[in-house]
Write a protein that binds this ligand. Structure first.
Ligand code: GLA
Length: 504
């Protein structure tokens, strides 16, 4: 019996050690993986993206770099073996899985925000990759104001709803719908193609759109023919956030190309500039394109997109910017929207005619929030004198969404000529009151409830430095509520707003 138990223990022990060996083995990176591999991966719009994987041994594992389009290099992070797959991440929203199949390297790329991609890389000499060229930046100067965007720019942008799926026809439909819905007449005039329109540079270095955009000039003409304006997107880095070609080293040339197409608005997104410039160089980098736009022969609104880095609000106007992002990307949910929107108070002094804080584009109508929350989103953006860039599918817009985006009285607050951004004047638990002064001496006030239950909010006129009876109008009910002495009470729904004008 004892013998049997011994044999059993021995057997268990051996199988454990075999298993351990097997796992051990799989934590060692096979030498066949080391070297330089080239992966040609077609992107949407028939753009080829070439990546080199330079893989070196490190202890039993590996380390390495990906060089994309000979311009951006990303180091591997968290390299590990999972079975016979070499797995690592990069700080660019991607996870990679590599596996030898014959003499090729199978590459699977998992993105956080789009479907995974797969390709086969082949071995090349490391000399085929080049280090990125370093471009000199200009000395600090002042780019004089272009006189545009005297009120916050309004329009539609493809990113929040269509992202990399944007096409010429989607943009044309959006332009048509802005007009037929009546939104254009309310001020939504900029129709902007965000990322993913770029193809390659021709032999003269001119940027050529990808096959989804057969003719940019004709698209611009189509938009202009409807009384609208045309916006486009690029990056000061070699690549855009979506991995398409940026304006790195081609700033002047691109600005001229945009002017020749009839572009009226440029969103210039930091993205891969982080690979070639430091954050201290943000101002010089944006100044370079600001000057290029100023000299391109066409008035172009300049939208700086740097996710709130580098205190851009302090120098934005000096580089010719009309707006700059104050935050990371907005997501279509209450937390993201409210975290962004309710954190903007301290930036109010930096907004004014010609230069605006941009807490990112609207998510109204994209489906991730309730209509109550979208009304809060829209009211807050109006109070903040934020650019109003609709980001929904205008072709499938509900009546409620149209009523929110098309609230004339709310838009009038946003577009008030004084250009004063609201500040938070009361915060008590879940209650917040924000207010801004208007050109004719009236005030716009938002009573917000960020909590989970409905509450009654009291607005004391003394908090607005107003004395005597005040005439109160509700900007969502489109109704005068009467004259009130010293204070006004209102029930505010959970996550809701009561948006008021205290009329002069
Ligand atoms: C960044 C910007 C977004 C959008 C995408 C496009 O994330 O902040 O607004 O332009 O890039 O890739």
């Amino acid at each position: 019996m004892k013998k049997l138990l011994f044999a059993l223990l021995f057997l268990i022990g051996t199988s454990f050690s075999i298993m351990a060996q097997a796992t051990d083995k799989s934590t060692v990176c096979p030498a066949t993986l080391f070297g330089t591999w080239r992966l040609d991966m077609p992107q949407r719009g028939n753009v080829m993206l070439t990546s080199y994987f330079i893989i070196r041994p490190k202890n039993d594992l590996f380390e390495g770099t990906i060089v994309i389009n000979n311009a951006v290099d990303l180091s591997f992070s968290k390299p590990r073996m999972e079975g016979d797959e070499a797995v690592f991440s990069t700080d660019w929203n991607r996870d990679y899985r590599l596996k030898m199949t014959g003499d090729k390297l199978k590459v699977v790329i998992a993105h956080t925000n789009k479907p995974w991609e797969e390709g086969a890389a082949y071995r090349v000499p490391e000399s085929e990759t080049r280090p990125p060229t370093i471009i000199q930046l200009p000395a600090k100067t002042i780019v004089s104001a272009n006189g545009l965007a005297q009120t916050p720019p309004m329009g539609w942008n493809s990113w929040n709803h269509f992202a990399e799926r944007v096409t010429d026809s989607i943009v044309r439909v959006a332009a048509d719908k802005l007009v037929s819905s009546g939104l254009a007449a309310l001020g939504y005039v900029y129709v902007t193609i965000d990322d993913c329109w770029q193809g390659k540079r021709d032999l003269n270095g001119n940027i050529v759109p990808n096959e989804k955009f057969p003719n940019m000039k004709e698209l611009a003409d189509y938009i202009h023919a409807r009384g609208l304006k045309f916006g486009i997107y690029s990056s000061p880095g070699p690549l855009t956030c979506g991995g398409y070609i940026g304006s790195y080293g081609y700033e002047e040339q691109d600005a001229k190309t945009y002017a020749s197409w009839g572009v009226d608005y440029l969103k210039f997104d930091w993205c891969s500039a982080a690979r070639v410039y430091t954050t201290e160089q943000l101002q010089a980098t944006y100044q370079k394109m600001g000057a290029a736009l100023k000299n391109c022969g066409r008035p172009i609104v300049y939208s700086v997109c740097e996710y709130g880095m580098g205190e851009t609000w302090k120098w934005g106007p000096q580089v010719g910017a009309n707006l700059w992002r104050t935050t990371g990307d907005i997501q279509d949910n209450w937390k993201s929207m409210s975290d962004i929107g309710f954190s903007q108070s301290s930036l109010a002094p930096y907004a004014g005619p010609g230069h605006w804080n941009d807490p990112d584009m609207l998510q109204v109508g994209n489906g991730g929030m309730t209509n109550t929350e979208y009304r809060t989103h829209f009211s807050l953006w109006c109070l903040l004198a934020a650019p109003l860039m609709a980001g929904n599918d205008l072709n499938a817009m509900s009546a409620e969404t149209l009523a929110i985006l098309g609230n004339k009285e709310a838009i009038a607050i946003n577009q008030d000529a004084l250009g004063k951004q609201a500040t938070q004047i009361v915060k008590q638990g879940d209650i917040q009151i924000w207010a801004r002064e208007l050109k004719n001496g009236s005030m716009a006030v938002g009573l917000f409830n960020t909590g989970l239950t409905d509450v009654t909010v009291t607005l004391n006129f003394s908090d607005l430095k107003l004395v005597g009876k005040q005439k109160v109008r509700d900007l969502w009910l489109h109704k005068n509520l009467g004259r009130f002495k010293s204070k006004f009470n209102a029930k505010v729904d959970s996550h809701g707003v009561v948006f008021l004008k205290i009329c002069k």
